[in-house]
Design a protein around this ligand. Structure first.
Ligand SMILES: *[C@@H]1O[C@H](CO)[C@@H](O)[C@H](O)[C@H]1NC(C)=O
Ligand SMILES: *[C@@H]1O[C@H](CO)[C@@H](O)[C@H](O)[C@H]1NC(C)=O
Ligand SMILES: *[C@@H]1O[C@H](CO)[C@@H](O)[C@H](O)[C@H]1NC(C)=O
Ligand SMILES: *[C@@H]1O[C@H](CO)[C@@H](O)[C@H](O)[C@H]1NC(C)=O
Ligand SMILES: *[C@@H]1O[C@H](CO)[C@@H](O)[C@H](O)[C@H]1NC(C)=O
Ligand SMILES: *[C@@H]1O[C@H](CO)[C@@H](O)[C@H](O)[C@H]1NC(C)=O
Ligand SMILES: *[C@@H]1O[C@H](CO)[C@@H](O)[C@H](O)[C@H]1NC(C)=O
Ligand SMILES: *[C@@H]1O[C@H](CO)[C@@H](O)[C@H](O)[C@H]1NC(C)=O
Ligand SMILES: *[C@@H]1O[C@H](CO)[C@@H](O)[C@H](O)[C@H]1NC(C)=O
Ligand SMILES: *[C@@H]1O[C@H](CO)[C@@H](O)[C@H](O)[C@H]1NC(C)=O
Length: 369
């Protein structure tokens, strides 16, 4: 595993005992402590380290001996059963795409690999790039950076965190797991316990209470509902304004796997060898009419896999199940679906998550679009 070569100006361990002056923000203080010069580039590096580590787990040397599993990693112990990766890999229809729940793969910019090189993504056109850079800017604001995220690269994403997360139905355990990874990430760089707690409290107060009254984050933004923890078990805000929130609903599984319909010819006849792979996530909009269903005739061998489910908007009519004649051998599999919430005709299992993050003890963040 390649580790990052960020030059620290101070031994991180000495930081934990240092006291941050009350007139210096967490961002400015630790930028100076870890990277020496308090400028926009170093503040951005600090935020990149903080966010990337929270997302994929600790990857830098040195750290102060605190392991960070990362948001992409499934929870253990108290967080057993928490699996936040499904909100990032397109597994669920949990992204708010213009008011519609959609499946979006936020790991389309190389997954963990570029993050381990202190980059947001391998590709500036990816959803991953947008998400990660928004997280850097948003957390720059939350941690009080005076330059980066303030005058340089101010956050330009959605300032209504409820709208961004409303289709995820985040419960208390999921939310606490997220905060815990952010806290562990900060602690792994030697951020003092009091400052780690301050970050955790700020996140909890801003986003951790269902029905919380509209607030301005950043302060320059219009007041908007901000609750991310909106499931039934989340604590109710002291001044709850539930009328600002729609009833929370569990996201559906994205099972509209594009294996056959996306790139395959409608009729395949004869023998197909080798592997077939669809292109990543076609985006479709408008009205879809029923597709007559692939007709596969003959013998297939090899494997087929699809990239994470396509993003669809508009209305869909169900396609019929595929018609298959002839034997299927090897790893050949077909999936088709009637609605995004169900599928039929699977002759074998096809994993929508083909991205390389699984191999890494990794974590990712809330989907700040
Ligand atoms: C914080 O206060 C100290 C002592 O009062 C002062 O020397 C320092 O310049 C202040 N820092 C900022 C960023 O205002
Ligand atoms: C993460 O941190 C733990 C604790 O310091 C360390 O044992 C582990 O090697 C680190 N992992 C990586 C990939 O740096
Ligand atoms: C994470 O948890 C989910 C849901 O319980 C499960 O489907 C998935 O296989 C787990 N992933 C890993 C890498 O253990
Ligand atoms: C970025 O990573 C994705 C996988 O997430 C890969 O498909 C793509 O080719 C990579 N792009 C570049 C420019 O390396
Ligand atoms: C970057 O990602 C976008 C979205 O996944 C994709 O359309 C584009 O082809 C990618 N570009 C490169 C150079 O990989
Ligand atoms: C609740 O609302 C009242 C009246 O608007 C206000 O005085 C009070 O400070 C609020 N409490 C909290 C915890 O926001
Ligand atoms: C499939 O192949 C068989 C035999 O090769 C042929 O009789 C049949 O017409 C073909 N079907 C189609 C749809 O091409
Ligand atoms: C099909 O995929 C398997 C496993 O991913 C690989 O070993 C094999 O070389 C591939 N075959 C072809 C024809 O691409
Ligand atoms: C499948 O192939 C057989 C011969 O191999 C042919 O009789 C039959 O019509 C084909 N079915 C379709 C749907 O093409
Ligand atoms: C088919 O799947 C088996 C078990 O998953 C695997 O060992 C084999 O390499 C696969 N073959 C191909 C062609 O992908």
């Amino acid at each position: 595993m390649k580790t990052s070569s960020i030059a620290y100006s101070l031994v991180a361990a000495t930081l934990a005992s240092a006291q941050r002056p009350t007139n210096t923000s967490i961002c400015d203080y630790y930028t100076t402590a870890l990277l020496k010069d308090n400028n926009a580039a170093n503040q951005q590096t600090l935020l990149t380290l903080l966010v990337n580590t929270a997302v994929i787990g600790n990857y830098t040397q040195p750290n102060v001996g605190i392991a960070v599993p990362g948001i992409l990693a499934n929870g253990t112990g108290d967080f057993q059963g928490v699996s936040l990766i499904q909100y990032f890999d397109g597994m669920l229809l949990s992204t708010n795409d213009n008011g519609m729940p959609a499946s979006v793969n936020f790991l389309d910019g190389g997954g963990a690999a570029p993050l381990m090189m202190n980059m947001p993504a391998n590709n500036t056109s990816s959803a991953q790039y947008t998400l990660l850079t928004h997280l850097y800017e948003y957390f720059a604001y939350l941690t009080g950076c005076t330059i980066y995220g303030n005058t340089v690269h101010p956050y330009d994403g959605d300032t209504n965190m409820y709208e961004v997360h409303k289709y995820m139905n985040i419960d208390e355990n999921e939310f606490k797991y997220f905060i815990t990874q952010v806290g562990l990430s900060a602690a792994s760089f030697g951020v003092a316990a009091a400052d780690v707690n301050a970050i955790g409290m700020a996140l909890n107060n801003a986003f951790g209470y269902k029905c919380s009254a509209p607030a301005s984050i950043p302060a320059s933004a219009a007041p908007a509902p901000q609750a991310i923890c909106i499931a039934d078990d989340c604590p109710l805000a002291p001044n709850a304004t539930c009328s600002d929130y729609a009833p929370a609903m569990e996201p559906a599984t994205a099972t509209m796997i594009s294996t056959m319909t996306a790139t395959m010819a409608p009729v395949m006849n004869g023998t197909t060898y080798g592997n077939m792979t669809s292109t990543p996530r076609p985006t479709m909009s408008g009205t879809m009419v029923p597709y007559p269903g692939p007709i596969v005739n003959g013998t297939m061998s090899g494997s087929m896999m699809s990239a994470p489910a396509p993003v669809m908007t508009g209305t869909m009519a169900p396609p019929p199940a595929p018609i298959m004649t002839g034997p299927m051998m090897g790893n050949a599999s077909m999936t088709a679906s009637s609605t995004p919430a169900s599928y039929t005709g699977a002759a074998g299992s096809v994993s929508p998550a083909i991205f390389a993050v699984g191999a890494i003890a990794a974590g990712v963040f809330a989907a700040v679009l």
